[in-house]
Design a protein around this ligand. Structure first.
Ligand SMILES: Cc1cc2nc3c(=O)[nH]c(=O)nc-3n(C[C@H](O)[C@H](O)[C@H](O)COP(=O)(O)OP(=O)(O)OC[C@H]3O[C@@H](n4cnc5c(N)ncnc54)[C@H](O)[C@@H]3O)c2cc1C
Ligand code: SF4
Length: 334
């Protein structure tokens, strides 16, 4: 690991000023915030990340989970994944988020991992993590070793000829179905970014993953108030039951009236280069009777633009079945 300076600011303004000295907030940022460290430290040991300054934000009071002023709930950036998952209001009103968090990693990791670190975790593409191979995301212009290489875990939606890496997070899929907003404090002030506008598809610049700029510190995530009676569910399909990333996952939040779907939000994980919102599936479902036939049509719509690589064609059908099952569970009446 290359040597680096370590700082521990005591105010958000100090942290932002320290972060603003970076030349980029994207791959190879020279200044990095550290929260739980469960992504960053691994990548520094592998020399996939080489910051010369690490800004420890754990001294900031950013771990509260509380009602939002205008309705909904606010989760502080440093709230640990385990704390969020077990919070009684999150479990009751935002079950999809609790289920997604509990399906990720291990209890020990969830005790360390934070809301903001999870938002910014990096792909598990093996070539990204191995500096002996070309990887456009890690080193622009060096090619994509996964296209034609080991790509079983990687994305089938939102890919480009330069990168097919999947976003590995479970949390972020649930936050997408909940239409969360991300509050960021940067050198120019505070702004709220809808999660649907936060991530960037790879295109020709896979090294650029989010809209964040140097000094931008995530301070919280807001979950909107859900309509009474909303039921939500997260289903994750993976190679083994624990400590494994999604091959395919689905997060759904549904309102029904008299067996008919009034409103639904659908997001897919494990298959997209970003947490994948499916407006196509939502259009197929809204106003329709809740039935397996309707769910299957929605799943077909969600995957119609899928472009599998050499090893992950199985994900197309897997993702469809995953979504059908998630919708079935969420719409079952007790
Ligand atoms: C073995 C293993 C298995 C895992 N399995 C899963 C899984 O099944 N599902 C899943 O979803 N995840 C899984 N993870 C990933 C885990 O969820 C992430 O490592 C964790 O959420 C990252 O959070 P952190 O606080 O430790 O982030 P850190 O490592 O501290 O930070 C990650 C990134 O976020 C940036 N950052 C952190 N906070 C802020 C902030 N407030 N503002 C701006 N930038 C910030 C850092 O600079 C860094 O670039 C696994 C990880 C491991 C090691
Ligand atoms: S898929 Fe993306 S992360 Fe993986 S090798 Fe290709 S460019 Fe790198």
């Amino acid at each position: 690991m290359q040597s680096f300076e370590y700082s521990r600011p005591t105010t958000i303004d100090q942290a932002v000023q320290m972060g603003a000295r970076a030349t980029t907030a994207q791959q190879y940022a020279d200044v990095r915030f550290i929260a739980g460290g469960t992504t960053l430290v691994d990548l520094m040991k592998l020399e996939v990340e080489r910051p010369n300054r690490v800004v420890d934000i754990n001294g900031l009071s950013l771990d509260r989970i509380e009602p939002a002023a205008g309705g909904g709930f606010v989760i502080g950036a440093l709230a640990r994944n385990a704390t969020v998952a077990h919070h009684p209001v999150i479990q009751r009103d935002y079950a999809v988020l609790s289920e997604a968090l509990l399906s990720g990693a291990s209890p020990q990791l969830r005790n360390m991992a934070t809301t903001s670190g999870n938002l910014l975790q990096r792909t598990r593409c093996v070539y990204f993590r191995d500096t002996a191979h070309g990887c456009n995301k890690r080193e622009p212009g060096t090619g994509c070793s996964a296209i034609g290489g080991h790509n079983r875990m990687l994305a089938i939606l939102g890919t480009s000829k330069d990168c097919i890496a999947s976003n590995p997070s479970d949390q972020n899929v649930a936050l997408t179905a909940l239409e969360a907003t991300i509050q960021v404090q940067g050198p120019k002030g505070i702004r709220s970014i809808p999660i649907g506008e936060f991530y960037l598809k790879p295109g020709s610049t896979p090294n650029r993953e989010t809209v964040l700029e140097p000094g931008d510190l995530i301070v919280s995530v807001t979950l909107p108030a859900l309509a009474p009676g909303t039921r939500s569910h997260y289903l994750k399909l993976r190679d083994r039951a624990a400590y494994e990333f999604a091959l395919s996952s689905a997060a759904v939040a549904v309102n029904q009236r008299g067996g008919r779907i009034e409103r639904v939000r659908v997001a897919l994980g494990g298959v997209g280069t970003v947490p994948w919102r499916s407006h196509e599936a939502e259009r197929e479902l809204e106003g329709r009777e809740a039935s397996v036939e309707a769910f299957r049509r929605a799943a077909e719509a969600a995957l119609k633009d899928a472009e599998p690589a050499s090893e992950n064609g199985f994900k197309v059908e897997l993702a469809k079945r995953c979504l059908v099952r998630a919708l079935t569970v969420a719409t079952q009446t007790a």
